[in-house]
Design a protein. Structure first.
Lengths: 263, 183
């Protein structure tokens, strides 16, 4: 016989399938699945049942009347005419600098411990703090995450912990819109990560973005160029942002970077 | 029926390989589904992340750093997410053709729980339901936004009986589904 707790969970499953649970309630439900994996089968059945019934109750597609072929030719001619007219009367609209900026930095960019593997490598205290900071951040507790990264900065300044902690701090501040403080943190990270290509690239790329947000375009251009030179994952967006910055700053003869590689 | 994390910790500390394997199989299945549904991870990546997560958790238990069941569950889910995000950030083929935009959390993808073959089995089970059960469950899901009291009123039963009847239909489908899947 099912106990009342299980009935309660099954009501939560019903609400989950209907999209009525909050994020916290969903995670609580998954914690229950971890304790009672057989309830995952109920979730499977309910979600499958819902999608099957929805599919069956979808309105049938209206029948399609086949048009004579000349109508397609006429439609194609009309489209060509419209395109030609649009081209003729087109007015170029200038792109805005903020179209090239990162609006929000993903949690995946947060730096954590390198050696989180079962290969006998022990985690240091700084590694654990970085991981805890990441956990706090993805759980929505930015203040706690910031506090943990500050602890790393204050107690474990040695590399790679200093550069990672400053980078993570910068990411949180950037997402909170505190671009001034974020740029300071990214600069600290970049200074420390000279020998770490991946962190260095991230630090310069986000430093450039933060500086643009506070109107320091010349300094931003230098930072973005550093990110571009590292030739990593941000090379393409860095190139585009540099082009836009050069245009806005009136540096039309700026050709230090190789456009061919990006085509 | 439930997963006993205290026994899992005991098995790890005693190096009971058979018991560890039994528990790992159960936890891995949960983690794979969690990653698939909550983060939309592919089956292959979810399997890799779940395997790494278990290796990490076992090491942590061996180091006497994990023993409370609730903490273990929290650690498993967090580490699974962490493993996935780590694999993403290490993926050099990330497409940056478009500039990274704001990050948002897409809705859970419950449809990933069942593949086509399983959906087809479930369809056969639905068609085998007694007509009044089928009518009942169709009404239940067709009016998902309604309170259960509305369904209860429609079928002229109490709210408590409405839930009981719904659970009964789900249990029937579950039994049928499990039998057919084992064939």
């Amino acid at each position: 016989m099912e106990n009342s707790r299980e009935l309660e969970i099954r009501q939560q499953i019903d609400a989950y399938v209907k999209g009525q649970l909050s994020e916290d309630e969903i995670q609580d439900l998954w914690n229950e699945f971890a304790k009672n994996p057989h309830l995952l089968e109920v979730l499977e059945i309910e979600s499958g049942l819902k999608s099957i019934l929805e599919e069956e109750n979808k309105p049938k597609k209206a029948s399609i009347n086949v048009l004579p072929s000349w109508t397609w030719h006429a439609a194609a001619a009309a489209v060509i005419l419209i395109v030609a007219l649009v081209q003729l009367f087109k007015v170029d609209t200038p792109t805005e600098l903020n179209q090239f900026l990162v609006a929000n930095i993903e949690p995946a960019q947060i730096e954590t411990a390198d050696a989180l593997r079962a290969d006998g490598v022990n985690l240091t205290e700084a590694d654990s703090l970085l991981n805890l900071g990441f956990e706090a951040l993805i759980s929505g507790d930015e203040d706690r995450a910031l506090e943990l990264f500050e602890t790393v900065i204050n107690n474990h300044e040695e590399e790679p912990y200093g550069s990672k902690a400053y980078l993570n701090k910068g990411i949180i501040l950037y997402n909170e819109g505190d671009y001034q403080e974020a740029s300071t943190a990214f600069q600290e990270s970049a200074d420390r990560a000279e020998n770490n290509r991946m962190i260095s690239e991230k630090a310069y790329w986000y430093l450039g973005n933060a500086l643009i947000n506070i109107g320091e375009l010349e300094e931003a251009r230098e930072a973005v160029f550093e990110a571009y030179k590292i030739d990593g994952v941000f090379r393409t967006p860095a190139f585009r942002l540099l082009q836009k910055l050069n245009y806005d700053l009136g540096k039309y003869d700026y050709d230090d970077f190789d456009t061919q590689q990006l085509n | 029926m439930g997963m006993d994390y205290t026994k899992f910790v005991g098995a790890v500390l005693e190096n009971d390989e058979a018991a560890i394997a039994r528990h790992v199989k159960i936890i891995t299945a949960v983690l794979i589904k969690f990653l698939r549904v909550r983060l939309g991870v592919s089956q292959q990546d979810a399997e890799d992340c779940a395997q790494n997560t278990l290796l990490i958790a076992i090491e942590k238990i061996r180091g006497d750093k994990l023993d409370n069941p609730d903490v273990i569950i929290h650690y498993l889910f967090t580490t699974a997410k962490h493993e996935y995000f780590k694999s993403l950030s290490k993926d050099k083929e990330t497409n940056y053709e478009e500039l990274p935009d704001s990050h948002f959390k897409p809705a859970d993808q419950l449809s990933l729980l069942l593949n086509k073959e399983r959906i087809s089995i479930l369809k056969r089970c639905i068609s085998a339901l007694k007509p009044d059960f089928k009518k009942y469950i169709e009404y239940w899901f067709a009016n998902a936004a309604y309170e259960t009291s509305v369904v209860a009123e429609h079928f002229e039963i109490s709210v408590s009986n409405a839930w009981t009847k719904k659970h009964r239909v789900i249990n029937l489908l579950k039994d049928c589904y499990e039998k057919k899947i084992q064939l």
